[in-house]
Write a protein that binds this ligand. Structure first.
Ligand code: SAM
Length: 466
């Protein structure tokens, strides 16, 4: 039985690699080398070639599953147990600007003693930390104690010169989205996850659904909510870094996502779309530009409304001036003021709230819905890790005997789920869980589909009023 699984996985790998080879030959492409000392958008662009994403996902997840079958269970558990050392090692190199130093050193790389001179970390400790990472495909040790960047370690490079970072450490992560996200996670989320067990045992926090009694509050030793914490003066740098980290994550979202979320072409002229908790209106901006007769209301908290107006004045002032697009101060826990909406769009909002709060938000929207108003939710929807009946369309995307959602390749989506739980006592939802929330709030699930073939991470879920 196990041997059958092993040979099925090997067949999947073989077929996917053959398909990758064919796509590369047909398109005169080469597979990017992991040893390239810098990250290149150009070489990564090959991943957008049709067929590449699917084949790489199948081959890579089959390899991971094969390793888990072939190696003793103690090995797999040990990897899980000791993952914290790996991420702590990444944090040392990230914060000590090692990738920037290696970029400046060029292809010959740098001896650990030289890196140590520049970053101040004791050389033998630093070499040991970098060797640990090199063993795990982050940096390369090209001669004893001499390291160079590879494609993975280059992702930590902020793009700034080492001397500029030293001159302005507070600005290190400005405009450097992915390194900012890494630094944020390794600081905030690690302090928090170290206390996950303790928080779950805590009689006040363990079963709480409140925004101040969270794993985050326990780990960061605060009585504030997540957002209140960032508003404190001593957390100014963390707040600044958080802003750039979120921009970095947003930039990684497929730009066409909003168009795929709903049949916008099917709306009658002058239909009203309400972007609830719409932030500065990034998604609405794409809609307003493509659909010139769509009326858009972006609802937000007052501070964000101000920022949003500034953003639109620089990007698309005529839409605001004509009144076709407007911002509205609105707290989504209060009665919804727009009563003629064709669509309530609610993107990346619900995952920040515990279910009781989501129910209040959905009820307010339902109260204001016409009989044909469509609720369009864009969020990260993570399926169970077992095969599901066909009505949960987000499941079963990977061929058997792979785990239904490509196993650890989908870690990012499930990590976000852990993060929302720890920050806000919130949860990500499966489509069936959304269906359940709709049933409690007067909505009926109409359908759902994936918006992002690469990660399978983003889903659009539509509902209509009952
Ligand atoms: C993760 S952001 C998503 C923003 C936007 N929808 C997007 O996808 O870019 C969540 C948004 O919810 C807004 N928000 C939080 N509480 C709110 C409330 N009570 N009423 C309205 N908006 C709120 C926040 O200001 C924030 O902009």
């Amino acid at each position: 039985m196990t041997l059958t699984s092993i040979s099925q996985l090997v067949q999947l790998i073989d077929a996917s690699v053959k398909s990758l080879q064919k796509i590369c030959i047909d398109n005169e492409l080469d597979f990017p080398s992991m040893d390239a000392p810098s990250f290149s958008n150009e070489s990564e662009a090959f991943r957008t070639t049709p067929g590449i994403i699917e084949s790489t996902k199948i081959a890579a997840s089959a390899c991971l599953q094969l390793a888990a079958i072939l190696l003793p269970p103690s090995h797999t558990l040990y990897q899980l147990v000791t993952g914290d050392y790996l991420s702590a090692a990444v944090r040392v190199c990230l914060e000590a600007n090692v990738s920037e130093l290696l970029k400046e050193a060029g292809p010959a790389g740098l001896h650990a003693s030289k890196i140590s001179e520049k970053c101040g970390i004791e050389q033998f400790k630093l070499a040991q930390i970098m060797r640990y990472l090199a063993l795990n495909h982050c940096y390369r040790e090209v001669k004893p104690n001499v390291f160079v960047n590879n494609g993975v370690s280059a992702m930590m490079d902020t793009g700034k010169a080492h001397k500029d970072i030293i001159a302005d450490p507070q600005g290190k992560y400005d405009l450097a989205g992915f390194p900012a996200f890494c630094s944020h996670h390794l600081d905030i989320n690690h302090k928090m996850s170290a206390f996950l067990w303790d928080a779950l045992q805590d009689p006040e926090i363990g079963h709480s659904r409140e925004l101040t009694k969270t794993v985050f509050a326990r780990g960061l030793n605060t009585t504030e909510t997540y957002w209140g914490f960032y508003a404190q003066p001593e957390n100014q740098f963390r707040h600044r870094r958080f802003g750039f980290a979120m921009q970095g994550i947003a930039a990684m979202q497929p730009s066409e996502m909003i168009f795929k979320a709903f049949d916008w072409d099917g709306l009658a002229p002058n239909s009203v779309v309400v972007d609830v908790g719409g932030g500065i209106g990034t998604a609405s901006l794409s809609l307003a530009k493509r659909y010139t007769d769509m009326i858009i209301v972006i609802q937000e908290l007052p501070k964000v409304v101000e920022e949003g107006k500034r953003f639109w004045k620089s990007k698309f002032p005529e839409a605001l001036d004509s009144g076709r697009v407007r911002f509205e101060d609105h707290d989504f826990f209060n009665p919804q003021p727009v009563l003629n909406a064709s669509v309530f769009l609610i993107k990346q909002v619900l995952h920040n709230w515990p279910d009781d709060y989501i129910i209040k938000i959905l009820c307010q929207l339902r109260e204001a819905a016409k009989t044909d108003t469509v609720l369009v939710i864009i969020d990260n929807v993570v399926p169970y890790v077992c095969r599901m009946p066909k009505d949960d369309s987000s499941s079963n995307v990977a061929p058997e005997p792979l785990l239904p959602n490509y196993g650890p390749l989908s870690n990012a989506a499930y990590t976000l789920k852990m993060t929302m739980m720890c920050h806000f006592n919130a949860k990500e939802h499966t489509v069936l869980e959304f269906k359940d929330l709709f049933e409690q709030t007067g909505w009926r699930l109409q359908g759902s589909h994936s918006l992002d073939q690469r990660s399978g991470f983003w889903q659009a879920i539509q509902a209509i009023s009952v």
